[in-house]
Design a protein around this ligand. Structure first.
Ligand code: PMP
Ligand code: GLU
Length: 388
């Protein structure tokens, strides 16, 4: 029998992707499932982006691109980061990867060595601890709850730092909580990071999905010192409804990005060339559809949140960004796994147990799905909660 490598021993499969596949399979078998599992916009990618990729194919843009990405795309990403995020990167400080997920992997492989510690506020996006483990480093979780609006404090950060700490993984707006760090909160965290020379991987993939007029702040923009310790990650999946295109990027100090590109040059050789032409159109073209989708997500959030408020046994913090609701179900006495399993089996509502994000008192509903599904799902949820 072929023996598996030790790096596989503790890796968990992506629960979000697995549950989404299960919900799709149930639907294919004829069951009317309300699917709130995966964070994947239900909109199609805007037409001008699709057209640009089709044109690229027809024009023979079917060859390898440079490993770090098409120079034109890197330039547009640099311009976007400068104009929208007040971050000043040149093109050799930008890597385009096969999804934000792979950009994060490349960066963490570049900066973490065996036994290094990476700090992860919990609840966390499912893949962070697993990617850290793939890099043979140690994920150190920093618990947060509703009491601190699911945000870490500078004191907590300070207390978690050890001589082995190399990085903090920060995700604002957050998946799964929807929490957003303010400028003042980020400034206080940046001060601690700079003092201890700890890098921050700032995953800003939900930056376009903000509600109630809140501001998105990039931690790297808060001064030259923190800029030098920041790697900013982002991608096209969420803002442009382009999950299947597999396009994301990271921007950071040139030596870090060079190492990440070197790694990428031996793994995927870079993101798909004609898809990158679509990304060029996404950044060059009108951003109107991004705003149309954002407004629709906000409408869904408001309806879904109001519906959850009326249910006994469930409390929910109102998310300020992303497209997830993360209610607390502790009062039901069920674990998040039991709650989710029973809801799926008895009422055909598919959600993700909070345990997947390090929070067993919560469950996650993605509202990147139609209003009709939200309304039907709420009705089923109400019947489920009443029977508990
Ligand atoms: N970061 C977070 C917080 C996410 O939720 C996702 C969604 N999958 C990603 C990164 C990566 O997305 P993708 O690989 O599709 O760009
Ligand atoms: N980030 C999305 C989610 O949390 C997509 C799934 C994944 O990448 O794991 O649902």
């Amino acid at each position: 029998m072929i023996q598996l490598a030790d790096r596989t021993w503790t890796i968990e499969p992506s629960v979000t992707l697995a549950l989404s596949a299960r919900a799709k399979a149930l639907r294919a078998s004829g069951i009317d499932v309300c699917d709130f599992t995966v964070g994947e916009p239900d909109f199609n990618t805007p037409a001008h982006i699709r057209e640009a990729a089709k044109r690229a194919l027809d024009e023979g843009k079917t060859k390898y691109a440079p490993a770090g990405g098409l120079p034109k795309l890197q330039e547009l990403i640099a311009a976007k980061l400068r104009d929208e995020n007040s971050l000043s990167y040149s093109t050799n400080q930008i890597i385009v990867s096969t999804g934000g997920k792979q950009a994060i992997l490349n960066v963490l492989l570049a900066i973490l060595s065996r036994g290094d510690e990476a700090l992860i506020p919990s609840p966390y996006w499912v893949s962070y601890p697993e990617i850290v483990k793939l890099a043979r480093a140690v994920p150190i979780l920093m618990p947060t709850t509703e009491a601190t609006a699911f945000k870490i404090t500078p004191e907590q950060l300070e207390a978690a730092i050890t001589p082995r700490t190399r990085a903090l993984i920060l995700n604002s707006p957050s998946n799964p909580t929807g929490a957003i760090y303010s400028r003042a909160e980020l400034t206080a965290l940046a001060e601690v990071l700079v003092r201890h020379e700890v890098a921050v991987l700032s995953d800003e993939i939900y930056e376009k999905l903000l509600y109630n007029g809140v501001e998105h702040v990039s931690i790297g923009s808060l001064g030259e010192e923190i800029f030098n310790f920041t790697v900013t990650c982002n991608g096209f999946s969420k803002a442009y409804a382009a999950t299947g295109w597999r396009l994301g990027y990271a921007a950071g100090p040139a030596h870090v990005i060079k190492a990440a590109v070197d790694i990428q040059s031996h793994t995927t050789s870079g993101a798909t060339t004609f898809a990158q032409y679509g990304a060029i159109a996404a950044l060059e073209g009108s951003q109107d559809e991004v705003e149309v989708m954002r407004r629709e997500f906000e409408r869904r959030r408001d309806v879904f949140f109001a519906g959850l408020q009326t249910l006994p046994g469930l409390t929910c913090t109102k998310p300020e960004g992303a497209f997830y609701l993360f209610p607390n179900i502790a009062a039901t006495g069920l674990s998040s796994m039991d709650f989710s399993q029973r809801l799926l089996e008895e009422y055909h509502v598919a959600i993700v147990p909070g345990a997947a994000f390090g929070a067993d008192a919560n469950v996650r509903f993605s509202y990147a799905t139609s209003m009709a599904t939200i309304e039907k799902g709420l009705e089923r949820l109400q019947r489920f909660m009443e029977r508990l």
